[in-house]
Design a protein around this ligand. Structure first.
Ligand SMILES: NC(=O)c1ccc[n+]([C@@H]2O[C@H](COP(=O)([O-])OP(=O)(O)OC[C@H]3O[C@@H](n4cnc5c(N)ncnc54)[C@H](O)[C@@H]3O)[C@@H](O)[C@H]2O)c1
Length: 336
């Protein structure tokens, strides 16, 4: 589906983090809809290195890109040397997705270096090439602020949220100095859908609970999960937002919330999954061990609707139903 009138054929497009969840979906979007686009994926891929919480240091996986026919560059955005290779191209669009996406990494230096310092280098490339810059921010900038979360009032409560908050500040300052550049930040809420599986324990609860149910296990939720609500947004709507961000109608620079605007509970997810999978296993509850856990998120998407023409299309019911065949296909697949 084409989400805008922009013709990306014969355009050169950089996707950092293109071996990850959102980036690889963008790569395939261009390949499928604009066969003459030149898409370049830049990603460090995964190593076997893990953080102290046991999660991998980066989640990029070649399996997300099987069938992708553009250029794939293995490089680290923290390395100016690795970024050099990008000078061989002249980009029209940059979708900057690469990041430490795990919200529970507390190595502040590494989170800030990866998510923030590299952003300067990518903005410089965008400036040099006169490229549109669309970058990934996050709902984590809001911390525990009450719903609906609205651009302009932020309160990050972990290094990840802070890094995205600072990216938004950098983009703002950069745009003031470079008023002709298009720099759009997208604050994704809880994204789910195909190609997230290799994020392992940091993938959405939709795929994780789906696999618990397919294992024949009772889905396990935090106590009070009927009252823990999040704004879950399907990957196709996130792709839509990225495409529409390339053509902002009003402001050349701004940051927008991207969600559905409708909060849904974890209990509803478990119930919808069981309905779709035809099981009736009930639910098991355990104590939430996390402090600073977001209990209620709901994106105020008025800005994205008005200035990008963004309109989420996929409800949680439709998203889960659409996703089920992929959840089944991946069941039992090794995610290392
Ligand atoms: N998925 C969500 O729900 C969500 C919500 C809010 C924001 N975001 C943001 O959207 C972007 C994409 O998220 P995702 O869910 O696809 O995560 P992801 O982890 O699947 O993708 C990030 C990609 O960046 C790569 N990467 C990490 N460090 C790198 C480095 N130093 N150099 C080069 N590549 C590196 C990883 O290998 C991975 O492929 C991220 O910036 C994330 O913070 C995602």
């Amino acid at each position: 589906m084409k989400y805008s009138n922009t013709d990306f054929n014969n355009k050169t497009i950089l996707i950092t983090g293109g071996a990850g969840f959102i980036g690889s979906n963008l790569a395939f979007y261009f390949q499928e809809n604009f066969p003459y686009s030149n898409v370049v994926v830049f990603d460090c891929f995964r190593t076997e290195d893990v953080f102290s919480n046991g999660n991998l240091k980066s989640f990029g996986h070649y399996k997300n890109l099987i069938g992708f026919s553009g250029d794939v560059i293995c490089g680290n955005i923290n390395s100016k040397n690795d970024l050099e290779i990008l000078n061989n191209y002249k980009f029209d669009y940059i979708f900057h997705q690469a990041a430490i996406s795990d919200t529970r990494i507390y190595d502040q230096e590494l989170v800030m270096k990866t998510n923030v310092s590299s952003f300067f280098d990518l903005l410089e490339i965008a400036k040099k090439d006169d490229a549109v810059m669309v970058y990934a921010s996050s709902a984590a900038v809001y911390g525990g602020l009450p719903s609906p979360q609205t651009e302009g009032i932020e309160n990050p409560e972990n290094p990840y949220g802070y890094s995205k908050y600072i990216m938004d500040r950098i983009a703002y300052n950069y745009a003031i100095k470079n008023p002709n550049m298009i720099i759009i930040g997208l604050r994704f809420f809880n994204v789910y859908g195909p190609r997230e599986y290799f994020k392992a324990k940091t993938s959405s609860m939709i795929v994780q609970l789906g696999h618990q149910i397919l294992d024949g296990k009772v889905p396990r939720l935090f106590k009070g999960s009927d009252k823990i609500l999040r704004d879950f947004v399907y990957i196709e709507d996130v792709v839509q937002a990225n495409i529409k961000a390339c053509n902002p109608t009003t402001y050349k620079h701004r940051v927008y919330n991207i969600g559905t605007g409708i909060p849904r509970s974890f209990q509803e997810i478990a119930d919808l999954l069981q309905q779709s999978l035809g099981t009736n296993l009930g639910t098991e509850y355990f104590r939430n061990p996390y402090e600073g856990y977001q209990i209620h998120t709901q994106a105020n998407i008025g800005g994205a609707q008005e200035h990008l023409g963004f309109e989420p299309i996929i409800s949680l019911e439709v998203g889960i139903k659409t996703y089920i065949p992929e959840i089944k296909r991946l069941h039992g697949e090794d995610y290392s």
